[in-house]
Design a protein around this ligand. Structure first.
Ligand SMILES: Nc1ncnc2c1ncn2[C@@H]1O[C@H](COP(=O)(O)OP(=O)(O)OP(=O)(O)O)[C@@H](O)[C@H]1O
Length: 931
């Protein structure tokens, strides 16, 4: 029994222990569960806090119970502390710093409140620094511990397009945003620097009505809702034109061009496009994307509203969800932006009115020549091209570019339309920008008058244009001078090409890089009234066409630019027959009423007001038209003042430009070739017969070597022309002999020749030479005597060198009948003696410089074939066909003209060249009465 009790007690005890153990563990489990539940509650709460944000949890009634729960309070406290920590770098500093940054980057109207600038006309020029940011509103970071506003500003001009998206609640606010931004831009820059285009898919006159008065001044253009393509094509065309004619120096953008050169020639064009959330048609969409991609470099900005589009270029977006509230890419997804409220309508109207008036005034402002000149002279480099403003349009400068893309210029306009004035404006702008080491000018004016003479030293004004190397005036009928200029340019092209080749490059630009110390200026060759060059269907025209084609084609890469100006481009048949030449003249300048300069369907020149020009860098097609008002550049006080200034600044060693004046008779004594002659030269004596028409102004020369054929003839009826040739020949020969070394015999065989002959004798004697005079009575005896002496010398064996003897025979043919007579019993006539002298004289130092009054008369002096004894000749009023026999049988196209002769040297020339006889002696004027 006892044992049974014991067993029971032990069982009960075991159960008791079990119960205790179970109870203990149940209690522990309950505690653990309660703990887990609390942890869970905190975690859930934390999740809410993190998800909804501390501010919501603190204020939203849904969280009231949780907020009051002391168990959860630490969670909220921790979250608040975390936020404080996260915003530690922001709160109190960043908004202030942002405000300062915007103040710095958005000066004046770009960032200040409207009260301080609206209704004041902008003063910044297009070349002024562009604000980096433009204020549009304020922003607040959504969950910042304290509400701190900071300004919202966007990059815009040159930097980024703007995209605005709206809903039915916020379209009005979006218009306010855009109008506000445009007013900032329009009020920052001088009127004219910015042009605005508005297109609204839904309405013709809806969007931005506050700006409409600007349409009066052309600063705003409102586009037809159905004509988006026209606007897009226009913008695309601007981009193309700017790339081809403005960004020619390798600058990637207008902004870069401005940074490098300080120049901004194009206005900003802002296109505001209002859509309706629908995609544009595919082609418009693609055009818009292209404009977005390439526009910023060319000053074209887009503001796109509610047009779905992806854009592959810098773009800021403002998304307005509710009224003026929204988000922007500038501030990111955690900040709410608030667009600035618009300025009062009345103030906006006043501002727009003022801008419009100012723009209209600027457009009508007469720009002056000085407006074309840079602040600093000669600091531009011509490595890649030449650029200058040549006038104004809408208060903006219009620039002209000579470079790879537009190497040559064709200028056209009827007489009096202002071509010469335009050329002065262009040359002034260039000469002020580029130093004479960067730019050389060759200027030729075919018409009568002295339009380019101003560039050379004058009697009243000693100044000359330091860039001018050659000036041709009154060229008129001396088309050969045009030819000479073109020939010079082709030589220069070759010289440059050779130099480039040595440096293993091909272009002037590269040559300058390879040879930085070399002097490789760009050359601008101006030919005014160039149609004269092609005035006749003759050899000059065909050679001119060939040379012009060569220069027009290859000049581009060698920095040689042609500027051809004409009042009548249409009549240049020879030229029009060569479209390839014209194609090189990409830059066209049409003055009022100019015909054929621009493309056929481009009539803009017909409507052009006086003193304006169309400058077209696109071969004259309509899209390339840029109208400019050209300032007066020819009046006193304009170009002349600039020239005097540049002249004073020139390098002291710089030579004066060479002047070729077609109306001027050259003076022998002035000629360098003449002055260089002196006694004691070892070479055969040189005979100067006149001046050839070349760029250097060289003398027409032949030599009198002691060999057969070295005689000179001048042919023509006038004693004046012939006398000049004979005298300059004799005087140049005299200069190469010491007194007494040579003998001159002057035969005057017509009365007219007596004056010039005696004058020549006197001059020769005055310089110490032996000079005899022979007349008709003495000529026969004289020639017989010389002839006999020559025969004797020819049959003798050697001996001393004969003293040079020069026979200067005036009107040889006048003695023909007298010389033909034979003495009774003699087989020899005087003509035989003359032939003997001409044939054998040169070998023995006896040379004849004779005048025959016509080709037939010369021929009758000789027997068949004797013409070979005349090695060189100058012909005046003799027709080209008559000269064939004297020029080795070649056909000669020569129409005689006053004061000009044709010179041929059988020993040196392949074809004859035009010569201008000298009008003066050895430092002594020859009066007309002497000739
Ligand atoms: N932009 C201008 N501003 C003021 N005056 C001008 C302007 N352009 C031309 N003129 C004046 O008009 C006149 C004719 O101009 P210009 O001599 O330049 O014309 P052109 O076309 O060269 O004529 P032509 O072919 O007869 O020589 C000149 O007196 C000139 O001063």
């Amino acid at each position: 029994m006892e044992r049974r009790h014991e067993r029971r007690r032990r069982i009960e005890q075991a159960f008791g222990e079990f119960r205790t153990a179970v109870a203990t563990s149940l209690t522990a489990a309950a505690t653990e569960r309660a703990r887990a539940a609390m942890r869970h509650a905190r975690e859930v709460f934390e999740l809410w806090v993190r998800q909804e944000g501390v501010d919501t949890v603190r204020t939203d009634p849904r969280f009231a119970a949780a907020r009051d729960n002391p168990v959860l309070a630490p969670v909220l406290r921790r979250a608040l502390a975390d936020r404080e920590r996260a915003f530690a770098g922001w709160t109190g500093h960043a908004p202030v710093e942002l405000a300062e940054l915007v103040a710095r980057s958005a000066p004046g109207a770009a960032g200040q409140p409207w009260e301080s600038w609206l209704a004041q006309v902008g003063r910044a020029e297009a070349t002024a620094p562009v604000p980096q940011l433009w204020r549009v509103g304020t922003a607040v970071v959504d969950h910042a511990p304290t509400r701190e506003e900071f300004p919202l500003a966007v990059p815009f001009l040159d930097a980024a397009h703007l995209y605005v998206s709206t809903n039915h609640n916020s379209r009005v606010a979006a218009e306010g945003l855009i109008e506000g931004l445009l007013l900032r831009v329009l009020s920052y820059f001088q009127p004219g620097c910015v042009q605005v285009h508005v297109w609204d898919v839904g309405q013709l006159t809806g969007a931005l009505p506050g700006l409409y008065p600007l349409t009066r001044s052309g600063l705003l253009t409102v586009h037809d809702p159905t004509q988006l393509n026209v606007l897009l094509d226009d913008l695309a065309e601007h981009i193309r034109r700017i790339h081809t004619s403005v960004l020619v120096d390798g600058h990637p953008s207008l902004r870069a061009l401005q940074a490098a050169t300080g120049r901004r020639t194009e206005p900003w064009r802002i296109a505001v496009l209002f859509g309706n959330h629908e995609r544009l048609k595919d082609d418009a969409q693609q055009k818009l994307q292209r404009i977005a991609r390439n526009g910023l470099d060319c000053g074209i900005q887009l503001i796109i509203v509610d047009i779905p589009i992806t854009v592959n270029s810098p773009l800021e977006t403002i998304e307005l969800a509710e009224g003026n509230r929204g988000r922007s890419t500038m501030t990111g997804p955690h900040a709410t932006v608030y667009i600035d409220p618009p300025a009062p309508r009345e103030r906006t109207s006043r501002a727009v009115g003022l801008i419009t008036e100012d723009a209209i005034q600027r457009r009508s402002r007469v720009c002056a020549f000085t407006d074309l000149l840079p602040g600093e002279r000669w600091n531009a480099r011509s490595t890649t091209g030449l650029q200058t403003p040549i006038g104004y349009y809408d208060g903006q400068q219009v620039w002209l570019t000579l470079g790879d893309a537009s190497p040559h210029v064709l200028v056209g306009g009827p007489s009096g339309s202002g071509k010469t004035n335009f050329l002065y404006a262009m040359l002034g702008g260039l000469a002020a920008r580029y130093s004479p080491d960067e730019l050389e000018l060759y200027l030729l004016d075919f018409k009568e008058g002295v339009s380019f003479a101003q560039f050379t030293p004058g009697r009243k004004d000693p100044s000359w244009l330091p860039h001018a190397r050659l000036v041709g005036v009154n060229v008129n009928t001396d088309r050969e001078f045009g030819l000479a200029l073109l020939r010079f340019l082709t030589h220069e092209m070759r010289r440059r090409a050779d130099a480039a080749k040595q440096h293993e490059v091909t272009k002037l630009e590269e040559l300058r890089a390879e040879d930085p110390t070399g002097r490789w200026p760009r050359i601008v060759a101006v030919i005014d009234e160039f149609q004269y060059l092609f005035a006749e269907r003759d050899g000059v025209t065909s050679r001119a066409v060939a040379l012009l084609e060569d220069v027009a084609r290859r000049g581009r890469s060698q920095g040689i630019h042609l500027v051809l100006s004409s009042q009548d481009v249409s009549s240049i048949e020879a030229f029009w027959g060569k479209p390839a030449i014209f194609e090189q003249f990409i830059l066209r300048v049409a003055l009022p009423k100019a015909r054929r300069v621009l493309a056929d369907n481009n009539e803009v020149a017909m409507e052009l007001p006086r003193r304006h020009a169309v400058v077209n860098h696109e071969s004259g097609v309509r899209l390339g038209n840029q109208v400019a008002r050209i300032p007066d550049a020819t009046r006193r006080g304009t170009f002349d003042v600039l020239q005097a200034e540049l002249w004073r600044a020139r390098h002291p060693g710089l030579a004066e430009p060479r002047l070729f004046d077609g109306s001027h008779v050259p003076h022998l004594a002035e000629l360098a070739d003449f002055r260089a002659l002196e006694p004691g030269r070892r070479q055969a004596p040189v005979v100067l017969l006149g001046q050839v028409i070349d760029v250097a102004g060289s003398a027409a020369r032949t030599t009198l070597a002691r060999s057969p054929g070295r005689n000179v003839a001048t042919l023509g009826s006038a004693v004046r022309d012939a006398g000049r040739v004979l005298a300059s020949a004799a005087l140049s020969l005299a200069r190469q002999h010491s007194p007494g070394d040579a003998l001159f015999t002057i035969a005057c065989l017509v009365d007219d020749a007596l004056g010039p002959g005696q004058r020549l004798q006197r001059e020769l004697k005055e310089s110490g030479h032996d000079a005899d005079l022979v007349d008709l009575d003495g000529i026969r005896g004289f020639l017989d005597e010389i002839s006999e002496r020559l025969t004797a010398r020819l049959s003798s064996s050697g001996g001393d060198r004969d003293r040079p003897h020069y026979l200067v025979l005036y009107a040889v043919d006048a003695a023909q009948s007298l010389l033909e007579k034979k003495e009774p019993g003699s087989l020899k006539s005087g003509v035989d003696s003359l032939r003997q002298v001409l044939r054998h004289g040169p070998e023995l130092g006896t040379h004849t410089v004779g005048w025959w009054r016509g080709v037939q008369r010369l021929k009758s002096t000789f027997s068949l074939g004797g013409l070979d004894d005349i090695g060189a000749w100058v012909a005046f009023d003799v027709h080209g066909t008559e000269l064939t026999a004297l020029a080795a049988g070649q056909l000669i196209g020569w129409s005689p003209r006053p004061g000009r002769g044709l010179f041929f040297d059988r020993f040196a020339h392949t074809r004859p060249e035009v010569v201008i006889p000298f009008g003066a002696g050895n430092g002594v004027e020859w009066g007309e009465e002497d000739l």
